[in-house]
Structures are given as C-alpha cells and as structure tokens.
Design a protein around this ligand. Structure first.
Ligand code: NOJ
Length: 572
C-alpha cells in the first residue's frame, strides 16, 4: 500500500467502550450489551464511526474481562450472543463499525485449554502454555521459580503447581497464564477463532499486549527487576521478542488480510522506529499500534516503581514524544492518537486542569491538540463530556486488582507506604479513575443504572454528565462533535492526510504545529497549555482563517488561558 493510499480506517474516529461501566439495562448495577445498543444514537450524534469494544467474552473477571475463559462465549453479566448480534446490527445500521478486543497473549486459568494443560505433564494441551521446572529450592526446601521475572500486577510472574511440580508463566495475574505462541497449534487456534468473529461481520480488532508474545529463548533473567519496589512492570526482556514480527505477519496473512477490517496492536515500551515495522504501509503486520511513550511523561524513573510514581509533566517532554511519533511515522506507517483509555487516568485531571474554572476549556484544548495530528483518534467513554479522576477514601471502594495489589503489597504487607501515600498514587494513576460508571445525567446513579453500581460513581456526576453537556451548545461534547465533523468532512485532506510540521519545540507553554497538504493548503494548530495569558507569533496566523476555537472571539497573537485554535490557509 502506498503511503498516500486512502482507507476508511485512516479516516475513522474511534470511540472506546468499557462495557462494565457504560450502561446497565437489566438493573444489576453492571453495564451490558443491550445498554450499549440503547446508547448508539448518542454515539451517532457525536459522529464517531467505529467502536472499540473492550472484552465482552466469557470471563471470571479477575482482570475485568482481560482473562478470557471462552473466546466464543459472551460474559453472562453482559448478556447473550443474541444481544451481541443485535448490537452489531444496530451499530452497522447507523454506519458504526465494531472492533473486538482480542486477548491472546494469555487466557484465563479457567479456559478449557488451561484446565487440560494443568491436568498432567502429558496432556496434549500442556504445551499451549509456558511450564517450567523450578530453578532450585530455597533454605526451607521450597521450590524456586524458573527465573526472576515479575508480573505487571506485582509479585512473581510464575505460579507453582503442586500437582505436576512445575511452574506456569503469567506476565499479568496468576489467573492469566501466558499462551505459548511457539506452538503452531496455539497460533492456528487463535487465527481460526479470529476468523470466526470476522465471518460474523466484525470490522476489526485490537490485540491486547501483543508485543510480548515472543519470549526470549531460554527465558533468561531480567536485569531490571527490583522486588523491593513493587516492581510492577512487564519484564523488559519479553518486549518485542525476536519472532513477534513473523507472527504478526502470519496473523495478518491468515486473518485480517482476507477481510476489509482494521487492526490495532497494544504495545508498551515500543519506539516509533519499532512502529514503522509493526504498522508500516508495506510490512503487512498491523494497521496501527497504541504506544505508551506519552503515558510515561509523568512517571519518575528514579523511584523504581514504574507507573506508580508521580512527577509533574513538562510540556517540552510531551511535545518531544508526540512530535517524534508524528514525524517518524510520516509516509512510512500509520499511528493512533489517544489521551486516555480504561488503563489510564482521565485526561483532563492528568494533562489539563479539572477545577470547575478550567475543566471544559482545558478539555477542549487537549482535544484540539490531539485531533489536529495525523493518525486515527480514539475517544474514551466519558471523555467527550469531560469526566475526571475520582478519589475514594477507602481502598475497599476500589475494584481494580492492580491498585488492590499495590495497596496489599506496599501498605498491608511491607508497610513501605502509609495509607495516604498509597492513596495519592492510586488517585493519580489508578485504573479505576477511568472505570467509574459513565455519568449520563444528574439523576440517582447517574442514569447508568437503576440500582447501586458495581463500583461507586464519581460524586461529581450531578454537575458533570452527558445530559447537561447535550443541553449546552458550548460544551465539550459539541467541541468533539465539531472536531469529528471537520476530520470526516471539510478538513479531511488536512487532518487525515497532510504532513505534520512541529513548531517551537522548546516552548514550554504552548503546543503549536502545522499540517501541510499536497495541494499547498495548510493548517495551524496552537494550544496554550497554561492558565496564563500569553503572546505568540506564528507565520500563518495573519493569513489564516479561524476554523475552530474554544473561545467565542479571536485575539490572534494573544492566547488566553488554555486557549486552543485551528487556522486554515488555503493553497494560493
Ligand atoms: C492491557 C489491557 O488494556 C489491560 O486492561 C489488561 O489488564 C492487560 N492488558 C492484560 O490483559
């Protein structure tokens, strides 16, 4: 495919749904598939044309659906296959495509393959997973794990199984054993399963944690592990292993390449140069990837705590990361654009200002900054009307195992952090920030459910909700709607296809860049990331026609707090 080739997935705007917290329809306090179907007209009004649906497969929910026990079944709490088919049909009738979230680095330990696998060393499914002998015994005679790898959610990445006297690998929780992609049968099972969904009419898929499927030969120790620090991050040595490109190519050839679908791979610790191979126009692996580099600008590497650290971010660092991705991929590969998802804090609390005075203005500013770039934008549920982070006082009000493990390890067991210190980390980085129920309106339970939800609501739902955003022509909702309209309509050539040109990379207060289209037309995007009034000069400012702003009027060189605008300059 040539780099300029036009495709629907380059022009798409994706909306991410995390079903458990989207909309409850059967009054059990848990979001479900019919609930999503009910809300489709709202999404059509917003203007998105693709949904990324987080896992809705059968699962014991140790990791909220990212532990799948049956790839062809629907989670009981979410409804039935009939409900799923209705959702897809209704979405299609509204011009909305649906991407599934396929989790195949690991399964649930309750998946039939793993049940078989753990039953005996001779079972034909034994080799579907990573089983290894102990590396020795400790002073008390207890078996020692095969290597020093740590799990993403804290603790060891190995679980000992007494029954067969071996350990199995789980990079995530112990209920998420890693599949052995070296085994051709595993890969074939996965491709068959993916095709089964594509044959049902699905429009593509996200591949969860897909750059860690190729483990290094001999499973060597990881030199970076520090168990004194709740070293909860994926062992570096499993990232982007030697066979991952070969398998992505194979997966593509055997599945997506035979359909008109879209693919996106989730890949932490992956550089822009790596992405050129994974999502290159000619490499036939994936259409695009989610990288994590900008998610790291507010972590402090000196703590050894991975994401569980807090550092105010520097706009110059953020620009450096995003600009590098834009310019490295340009003409060679396609990218995805996101500020938040179900694993990340809410964007306004993290990169903007969630105080009542600046919440909407800074939210619009962040939206414009991201949607002005090249790549396929993703909007996470509630982002479009400005949901914010949450702060529950008690750890018992949290549901995410990642936060619960941190607390158990660092507060309860080791006493390394006080309750307050740990809660500060959870307030800043915990995944439940993104997982409180969508705030549809100001009624009890926020219109999410008729009963108390599975996790508490953010108490600000009486002020911040979709209904009040819909009533206000100046709300964030209509700003997102306008951005989507421009990208899918009038400004398609500029917003989707034009080259990205960074401006003033050292400016620590303003993010500015241009887009240059083939026909000579240009776009200038300027965002003031501060609550101060600033003055800036840009070459295109005087010739440009204002196409979008988060203020009512335009003062050109004067940038008011969080002011953000787009100017178009037509070709001569
Ligand atoms: C990434 C998913 O986004 C996250 O929610 C999950 O916990 C891990 N992968 C493991 O599947």
């Amino acid at each position: 495919m040539s780099s300029a080739a036009r495709t629907w997935w380059k022009e798409a705007v994706v909306y991410q749904i995390w079903p458990r917290s989207f909309q409850d329809s059967n009054h059990d306090g848990i979001g479900d598939l019919p609930g999503i179907t009910q809300r489709l007209p709202y999404l059509a009004q917003l203007g998105i044309n693709v949904i990324w649906l987080c896992p809705m497969f059968s699962s014991p929910n140790d990791d909220m659906g990212y532990d799948i026990s049956d790839y062809q079944g629907i989670m009981d709490e979410f409804g039935t296959m009939e409900d799923f088919d209705t959702l897809v049909e209704t979405a299609h009738s509204l011009g909305i495509k649906i991407l599934l979230d396929i989790v195949v680095n690991h399964t649930s330990d309750e998946h039939e393959w793993f049940k078989q696998s753990r039953s005996s060393r001779e079972n034909p499914y034994r080799d579907y997973y990573y089983w290894r002998d102990s590396s020795g015994i400790d002073e008390d005679g207890n078996p020692l794990p095969p290597n020093n790898w740590g799990s993403e959610f804290g603790g060891r990445a190995w679980e000992y199984d007494e029954h067969t006297d071996q350990w199995y690998l789980h990079i995530f929780s112990k209920k998420q054993p890693d599949l052995n992609w070296e085994n051709e049968k595993v890969r074939e099972e996965i491709y068959t399963m993916i095709n089964w969904w594509l044959d049902k009419g699905l429009d593509g898929f996200r591949l969860d944690a897909i750059n860690i499927i190729s483990k290094p030969e001999g499973l060597p120790d990881d030199p970076n592990i520090d168990f004194d620090k709740h070293g909860s991050s994926i062992p570096f040595v499993v990232k982007n292993g030697t066979k991952v490109h070969q398998w992505m190519h194979e997966l593509n050839l055997k599945t997506a390449a035979n359909y008109d679908v879209m693919t996106v791979g989730e890949m932490s610790q992956t550089s822009a140069e790596d992405a050129v191979q994974f999502a290159g126009f000619d490499t036939e692996e994936l259409n695009m990837i989610f990288h994590f580099e900008h998610m790291g600008v507010d972590t402090d590497p000196t703590t050894g705590m991975g994401k569980w650290s807090i550092k105010p971010y520097d706009l110059v660092d953020l620009k450096e990361v995003l600009n590098t991705w834009q310019t490295t991929l340009q003409g060679r590969a396609w990218g995805s654009l996101y500020w938040n998802n179900h694993d990340q804090p809410r964007l306004i609390s993290r990169f903007g200002d969630d105080s009542p005075q600046w919440r909407v203005l800074s939210g619009k500013m962040l939206a414009t900054t991201l949607h002005g770039m090249q790549g396929t934008p993703y909007i996470y549920q509630g982002e479009e009307f400005g949901m914010t982070n949450v702060q529950f006082e008690e750890i018992n009000d949290y549901r995410d195992l990642d936060s619960l493990n941190l607390y158990e390890d660092m507060v309860v067991e080791r006493g390394n952090l006080s309750h307050d210190e740990c809660m500060e980390l959870i307030y800043a980085k915990g995944r439940d920030n993104a997982r409180t129920p969508v705030q549809w309106d100001a009624s009890d339970n926020a219109g999410f459910s008729a009963v108390e939800p599975w996790i508490k609501l953010n108490p600000n739902y009486r002020e911040i909700n979709a209904a009040s955003a819909l009533e206000d022509q100046h709300s964030l909702f209509y700003h997102y709607q306008k951005l989507i309209q421009l990208r899918r309509g009038e400004l398609k050539d500029l917003l989707v296809y034009a080259d990205f040109v960074p401006l003033d990379v050292e400016d620590a207060q303003v993010y500015a860049y241009e887009r240059h289209a083939q026909d000579g037309s240009k776009l200038l995007v300027i965002s003031n990331f501060t609550d101060q009034q600033l003055t800036r000069e840009y070459g295109l400012l005087d010739q440009g026609e204002l196409v979008l702003s988060n203020y009512e009027d335009d003062m050109r060189q004067t940038l008011r707090p969080y002011e953000s605008k787009m100017y178009r300059v037509n070709a001569l």
